[in-house]
Ligand binder design. Sequence first.
Ligand code: AMP
Length: 318
Amino acid sequence: MSKKEIISKIQEFDTIIIHRHVRPDPDAYGSQAGLAEIIKSSFPDKRVYIVGKEDPSLRFLTELDDIGDEVYEDALVIVCDTANQERICDERFNRGKCLIKIDHHPNVDPYGDVMWVDTSASSVSEMIYELYLAGREEGLTLNDRAARLIYAGIVGDTGRFLFPSTTPKTFQYAAELVQYDFDRKELYNQLYNTKHNIARLKGFILQNFTVSENGLSSVKITKNVLDEYGVSSEETSQLVGLLGDIEGIIAWVFFVEEPDVIRVRLRSKGPVVNEIAAHYNGGGHPMAAGASITKWEEAEEVIQDLEQACKHFNQENE
Ligand code: AMP
């Protein structure tokens, strides 16, 4: 139902502005820009813009638009991949005529006039492809650029089809997408190109990680460590997956010191971690969540909560 509503809103409006979350990842960019490409190729007369703060490491996917406030006046605004309003990049999202939320996180903040939330979707890019399938008969078309962007988003959010969120539907859509004309080899090179300083910080983490008896690993990346390796806090997103295939680790957490907050990145292979994240000003998916704290003492509390979650999980699965 919401898919049809979204398609009719897209048909109705001449100006469409697409937002996504702060600190973007390939799915945020892929869903935002992939949807924009679908609309542009289907309705060449519409004005379609993608907005938000640029992440230089994702510039290879697309460039963003810089638009004035007046553009919002009669616009349809669509927000991709963002569970709560505080995390929407560019606060002007509320200034349009109509607001649509398309997301795959738990619906903790049901905002917008139309909402399509599917927590079973591997990525919002997968949902955008599904939107295209639902609208093909009403004139939606998908060009090669859209296929590349959506494919990149799916690859990014499924960890290259590794995470359990990957379903038969994900593979089905990926198989259809790779039939479009884009350079998959080049795209993988761009997505997974690792800078030397990040590779060395990975080495440091792999040399020094510890695992608790409950199967928890916690890594504290202080400002000193970031400075020593010349790595930015944004770039630590490339490190978080690192502990996922180490024997005995069932959940892990990275604490990254930033000027004002300590960013918490939680990952799991069993214990639910987004409920813990929610206690610390955060949220996310059951097995991949984020939060923020202000003091290192709070990190110990997060670790204690995670230890308990791991312990219960182990007891239940003995
Ligand atoms: P990250 O560690 O930034 O890759 O985030 C993992 C997941 O947690 C993503 O799905 C994010 O949307 C979510 N997440 C991260 N930080 C927050 C936050 N402060 N509030 C709510 N959700 C978050």
